[in-house]
Ligand binder design. Structure first.
Ligand code: ADP
Length: 550
């Protein structure tokens, strides 16, 4: 059903503009902060839409961005899809060949690019036929010579501040994002108007990541990946104040924004919050009193982090999602009957990935193709479906064939479900460590190791082993000044006490930094490749002797 009866993004902005014309959208830039109201934002968004029309963008055309989180990027979030065009956010951390591939795959007409990211894009575009028909707009007031880019402010300058927004169908493509594809080519996920609409509405339920008009919302999670978890849309639906942290924010930048703008809700991957934690424990006094909630997802939120923020009055809401889910699937709220439970029990639950958001259905299928019982022990692959879950990959029948079954998205995540319905991710199908016919959760070991004082980051990978197929090896980033030998002893002794003996890693290696993927996840592939030849454990007799069943 077209028009005002469809599920589209436009009414969220319409409401915010009418009800909250003076509420602010703040953005950190290298020159200081910019401030716009929703009224000004709506005007500028209309100018952008008019400029795109004049440029020749038509319904269904793809408009790309290559940007950090800032107000102009946010202008494209409503300005592009509400004209009927499709917003393709490109992750600037991808390798050049992936950028070339996705620009070509998406047939992008025009790319909006930050000056600070222009060298990276110019490098990817240099001599690449994929960019032959692409024009560039620089996200600022100055030109970028290398890309022959028109400044954004010039692009929209003379345009009218109102726009005759078209009636769009619910299934009109509105967004496009590529998963970073740890192996093989990146896979595109297309978001329709109604997927983004229903994701926003589900986010706004008490079981999602709800916001109010009194909230000050700072998405640290990048706008170049899965729409910053939909937060710019959810915050607009609520009429909340937005705070965008700009180019490569460090903990000091985030602390200043939290204190000075009164941030109440923020979101990011665990490394962001561990960074802030270390900044504060390192002696920097940061006033977190306005901050009610941080949404942590993309990778598991360590229990120790949840407790640390609890002690400072900040609730960590652990969430799980995927590019294919626009992205939110579960959030770890406490059910009402757990609100009186002791703190330990509550943190046990909150450390899990959480309860499925209303609107979605899931099933968990084990190796025998059977649904697992909800007992917190049995595990299998999580499959999920619902209004904001994609049903195929963009123009990739091969990947779609592999990734979906009977209408379910096969997530590639291995999970348990407990009696209360809390989902816990125990591994990714590709990261599970298989040792002597037994199965070891790399994620659980990582969380356990990261709970030790003196450990900044840790990751555990399966390294090939002659006798046991694979053995776990832990890679640890130690905090400054730590006695490493004592730390290894402490970790090994602790793990031996808490886990079956064959779970204890055969080696604990210190590294300066855990390699990260383009979406900030630990890149186990890199470590596996790096260490595969070095036979860290090969030939050695595992300390744990035979990994017999326990
Ligand atoms: P990519 O980084 O490959 O583009 P996504 O950004 O879509 O992929 O990441 C989705 C994956 O991230 C999930 O399938 C899951 O493995 C992992 N993930 C997301 N949230 C969490 C979480 N809270 N805990 C653990 N893993 C998570």
């Amino acid at each position: 059903m077209p028009g005002g009866h469809s599920q589209t993004l436009r009414p969220f902005l319409w409401r915010a503009e009418r009800l909250y014309p003076d509420t602010e959208i703040v953005s950190r830039t290298h020159e200081g902060r910019t401030r716009h109201t929703y009224a000004e934002y709506a005007d500028r968004t209309a100018q952008l839409a008019n400029a795109l029309d004049e440029y020749g963008i038509e319904r269904g055309d793809r408009v790309a961005t290559f940007c950090w989180n800032h107000t102009r990027h946010f202008e494209t979030y409503f300005g592009v899809p509400s004209t009927g065009a499709q917003l393709h956010t490109i992750n600037p951390l991808l390798p050049d060949e992936h950028i070339q591939y996705i620009v070509d795959d998406a047939a992008d007409e025009i790319v909006f690019v930050d000056a600070s990211l222009a060298p990276k894009l110019a490098g990817a575009a240099d001599g690449a036929a994929e960019f032959d028909d692409v024009d560039f707009v620089s996200m600022g007031s100055s030109e970028i010579d290398a890309l022959d880019a028109t400044p954004y402010e010039e692009f929209i300058a003379d345009q009218p501040t109102d726009y005759d927004w078209p009636d769009l169908d619910s299934d009109q493509p509105a967004g496009l994002c590529y998963t970073s594809g740890t192996t093989g080519k990146p896979k595109g996920v297309e978001y329709t108007q109604s997927m983004l609409w229903s994701h926003t509405m589900a986010s706004q339920t008490p079981q999602g990541i709800p916001m109010e008009d009194s909230d000050v919302v700072m998405p640290v999670v990048p706008m170049f990946h899965v729409n910053a978890w939909g937060m710019p849309f959810t915050a607009t639906a609520a009429g909340a104040k937005h705070v965008y942290p700009g180019p490569s924010p460090d903990p000091a930048d985030l602390a200043a924004l939290i204190e000075e703008e009164g941030v109440t809700v923020s979101a990011g991957v665990p490394t962001v919050w561990l960074g802030l934690q270390e900044y504060i424990t390192g002696g920097n006094d940061v006033d977190l009193s306005t901050l009610d909630t941080v949404i942590v997802g993309g990778a598991a939120a360590p229990r120790s982090m949840i407790e640390w923020y609890d002690d400072r009055g900040v609730e960590v809401l652990h969430a799980w999602g995927m590019t294919e889910l626009s992205p939110i699937g579960t959030v770890s709220h406490l059910t009402s009957d757990l609100r009186d439970a002791d703190y330990e029990t509550q943190v046990d639950k909150r450390s899990k990935q959480g309860l499925v958001v209303p609107g979605l259905e899931f099933e968990v299928i084990d190796e025998n193709d059977e649904e697992i019982p909800w007992d917190g022990e049995a595990f299998g692959e999580l499959r999920i479906r619902g209004p904001w879950v994609t049903q195929e990959y963009f123009a990739r029948p091969d990947a779609s064939e592999e990734g979906f079954e009977d209408g379910w998205l096969k997530t590639g995540d291995v999970v348990t479900v407990d009696e209360d319905g809390y989902i816990q991710l125990v591994d990714r199908t590709k990261d599970v460590i298989k040792s002597g016919g037994e199965w070891i959760s790399s994620v659980e070991l990582e969380n356990a190791i990261m709970a030790y004082d003196g450990v900044s980051e840790a990751t555990v990978v399966g390294v090939p082993h002659e006798r046991w197929q694979e053995r776990p090896v832990a890679f640890v980033v130690a905090a400054d000044g730590v006695d490493r030998e004592a730390l290894v002893e402490e970790i090994e002794a602790g793990l031996r006490e808490d886990y079956p003996k064959w779970w204890v890693p055969d080696a604990v290696e210190f590294i300066d930094e855990v390699p990260k993927t383009a979406t900030g996840k630990f890149s186990k592939k890199d470590l596996r490749e790096q260490y595969a030849d070095q036979s860290l454990v090969e030939g050695s007799v595992p300390k744990n002797d035979a990994p017999e069943q326990e």
